[in-house]
Design a protein around this ligand. Sequence first.
Ligand code: HPA
Length: 252
Amino acid sequence: MSKLAIIGGTGLNQMDDLQITATRTLETPYGRPSADYVFARLDDKEIIFLARHGNPHTIPPHKINYRANIWGLKKCGVTEVIAIAAVGGITPAMSPAHIAIPDQIIDYSYGREHTFFAENLAHVTHIDFTHPYSLPLRSELILAAQKAQLSISPSGTYGCTQGPRLESSAEISRMERDGCDVVGMTGMPEAALAKEQGLHYASIAVVANWAAGKSAGEISMAEIERHVKKGMETVFDLLKTYIRSSNQVAQR
Ligand code: HPA
């Protein structure tokens, strides 16, 4: 039996058919997580939500306590994590409101607390990160997308920038040459920390805008919000189909 957590932006708990059953405030050895853990039920399946940017949405990407967030999920008994992430689209298929399930990551972020293996070590630990996202969880999400007849990209490389500013067009051109399909600010160190904790971790990337220099003019917050809202409808369909067909722990 698996136990699913969804890390996401705001609005996730507005998914219809979802019933909130409890909230839990946690302190961790790494400090406070971004928000309370919200326990919810979809039919008979239990899910845990965490608002990555806090509730209300006030924590910028480089200030998120990724270690506390992941440690808290592990403490709640979570075994798999679906991370919802707004991204900029770099390659042609990644148009606004499109959905991708990335299979690779390039990390351009810096100065973030990025490992659990830093202090009080009996020995130095290097985790394998060849496949940064869980292969079985990605496969199940791709199957759910097919089942729900959603048109998504089943792979793609996610480039993680530091933020909170958006990128320059030269930075995006460089990322494209590196092989990035989408750009976001929160994928790392979240994915690596989840892997260090032995969690199955996959991401659903929602394209919010064309990345810098990929369309005429500047990127506006209004545009980002509009496309994320539209993309989230697809994400909800995908999540509901996945949860209903999965073997999540049933509510006791
Ligand atoms: N760049 C980085 N992160 C983002 C973007 C972007 O263009 N859009 C949404 N998140």
